[in-house]
Design a protein around this ligand. Structure first.
Ligand code: NAD
Ligand code: ZN
Length: 362
């Protein structure tokens, strides 16, 4: 399946399917033929799990640079190491980068491509569920000691080639984490789809259902990016669950909670907040929370931090200005909007969340 992304700066396609990598790479022959060097940037887990399949599918000669996995991939040190590799390989402005991995590799490799000799083309070959989100839309970044994703660029890939066969070796925790972004895409776009997802165990979906959900998620993301590439308006909706989620993720120390695990807590938080201003009912919030629990999302983490501990991280969020926080709320499922919320109200909702977690069981 091919999904076009018509971003203002650049148009490209997301090709999704099972076992289609070879054919997809071949269909971009002209792009590869133009490149004087092809550099594959990947991480050690992805390369250990998928080197064989990647090599069997790639018809072009390439040089590979294997990087540390996880957030370590997005460090200044690794950014420097990757640029050094490109220079040592004598890459030029005509070289092509392939980002082969999850969101961490994609963000790093995209930023390397955006900055090497002021910008060279790159292709995303995502290998995680989360990356159906991160590989589309052109946000690239590395981390700074003072904040995650603080140094980066908007830089669109030439193509996103998403072979779901790679997902077979993904650890279950990464499956669960990535499914949060699928659920988020359903929540901001389509109540029927969300209802369907809530009947399922999202960690054990069969391949056709998973591929269908990933394609739907990409479509939601692509449509938003087409309307607002640089997050002036509707692109903010993609931050549903991320304000409180990022604070939890940061408090836990990156890696302590997987991104999607933290965002799932943030989604429940946003439902509680949405109840105050729109059509979301407490009954729905409880159903959603039970669904998330049944799927193994770890909510206990909330009890490890006080609201005061989370506050610093909440205020550090890029969306915070002068003590007022921007939240994405839902008027109802499928109808997101942005609202400024004062810290005192955030604290009330935090207390409601803690109460919900102690009162609702099964
Ligand atoms: P990740 O890239 O760190 O991958 C998670 C883990 O799974 C890593 O250890 C990785 O080595 C391993 N892995 C990846 N694919 C595998 C496979 N097929 N088989 C076995 N192991 C595999 O994490 P992620 O969840 O994909 O991405 C998280 C990152 O994405 C964060 O840094 C976040 O900031 C970023 N992100 C970016 C955007 C964006 O728009 N650019 C959006 C959301 C998230
Ligand atoms: Zn996210």
């Amino acid at each position: 399946m091919n999904i076009p992304v018509r971003a203002a700066s650049h148009q490209y396609e997301v090709v999704i399917g099972n076992g289609m990598l070879k054919a997809a790479l071949e269909s971009y022959k002209a792009l590869f033929d133009q490149a004087d060097k092809i550099i594959v940037l990947t991480d050690q887990h992805v390369w250990a799990a998928q080197e064989g399949y990647f090599k069997s599918a790639c018809p072009y000669h390439f040089h590979v640079f294997v990087m540390p996995a996880g957030e370590a991939c997005k460090s200044f040190e690794n950014f420097n190491a990757a640029q050094t590799f490109l220079l040592e390989q004598k890459c030029t402005r005509k070289s092509l980068v392939i980002a082969f991995g999850g969101g961490a590799v994609g963000d790093l490799a995209g930023f390397v491509a955006a900055t090497y000799m002021r910008g060279i083309p790159f292709i995303q070959v995502p290998t995680t569920i989360l990356a159906h989100d991160s590989a589309v839309g052109g946000k690239t970044a590395i981390n700074h000691a003072l904040g995650k994703n603080m140094i980066g660029a908007f830089y669109q890939p030439e193509a996103v080639l998403y072979d779901t066969q790679f997902l077979a070796t993904l650890p279950i925790r990464e499956v669960r984490s990535g499914m949060t972004e699928v659920i988020k895409h359903a929540m901001i776009s389509n109540p029927q789809w969300l209802q369907e997802i809530m009947q399922k165990n999202v960690t054990t979906l069969d391949e056709p259902t998973l591929a269908d959900y990933l394609a739907k998620g990409v479509q939601v993301k692509a449509k938003i990016v087409e309307e607002d590439e640089t997050e002036q308006s509707v692109r903010k909706f993609l931050n549903l669950g991320h304000t409180y989620g990022h604070a939890m993720e940061a408090a836990a120390g990156y890696g302590g909670l997987a991104h999607g695990e933290a965002v799932m807590i943030g989604l429940v938080y946003c439902l509680l907040l949405s109840e105050r201003y729109g059509q979301i009912t407490r009954e729905f919030t409880i159903d959603f929370y039970k669904f998330a629990r049944h799927n193994g999302y770890p909510f206990e983490a909330v009890h490890d931090y006080t609201f005061e501990e989370l506050t610093d991280y909440l205020l550090k969020d890029k969306k915070a200005d002068y003590g007022e926080l921007q939240f994405v709320l839902l008027e109802e499922i499928g109808k997101p909007y942005v609202k400024k919320i004062e810290l005192s109200e955030c604290k009330e909702i935090d207390a409601e969340l803690r109460q919900l977690l102690t009162e609702v069981h099964e």
